[in-house]
Design a binder for this molecule. Sequence first.
Ligand code: ADP
Ligand code: ADP
Ligand code: ZN
Length: 214
Amino acid sequence: MRLIFLGPPGAGKGTQAELLTANLNIPQISTGDIFRNAVKAGTAMGLKAKQYMDKGELVPDDVVVGIVEERLAEPDCANGYILDGFPRTVAQADALEANLAARGEKIDKVINFVVPKDVLLARLTGRWVCKNCGATYHEEFKPPAKKGTCDNCSGELYQRDDDKLEAVTKRLQVYEEQTAPLIAYYQEKGILLTIQGNKPVEEVYNEIINGLKS
Ligand code: ADP
Ligand code: ADP
Ligand code: ZN
């Protein structure tokens, strides 16, 4: 099963991908995580990506597409994957489609997460992430058992620089302008599954599972 998770920042894509990868036994491929790891490692690609991420802008298409193509060629992607946060522009979606077609493959479903803007703001500004395993928490909606510590791995939790209000506002605007056109793009291909994401985590999860069955 090859899936795309599409939705604005804070919609719950990472949270649901974490649950679904365990269930379907396929990897979650988060371009945001790949970039944050590259920044942490101090690679040339990371330094380049950071300039855009800090401002809440998108990393250029050619950089992102190259990274995803390399990742999809890894053996653990053979039985499918969840693309979390990619594609984010029509150019990225076209490149992905061409790359898959060359191998006789295609995307099965695109999950489109719909969440009102005020909820997105509350989610992003309260988000905490594990430095070690990337698990996501929320100070109010999904607090860890012990403040500042990951339930999974006891890693240290931190708040992303781009989850500050200024960058968040910019990211939501970038989503509307550059990523939201992908909703119609995948609707036309007949593979869009729209999910109401403004519900408790378990209810959203069940809606996705049921949607994938039908
Ligand atoms: P995305 O990957 O789409 O940016 P996340 O999965 O990181 O979104 O979720 C953003 C924030 O909202 C996190 O702090 C997460 O714990 C919280 N969150 C995710 N899903 C829900 C939900 N259904 N209800 C309440 N809070 C949620
Ligand atoms: P969120 O899910 O909260 O929007 P991500 O972790 O997916 O955040 O992305 C963080 C940042 O990484 C983005 O603001 C952008 O700068 C960069 N990024 C991630 N994925 C892409 C992509 N597919 N294309 C361009 N930039 C990306
Ligand atoms: Zn952890």
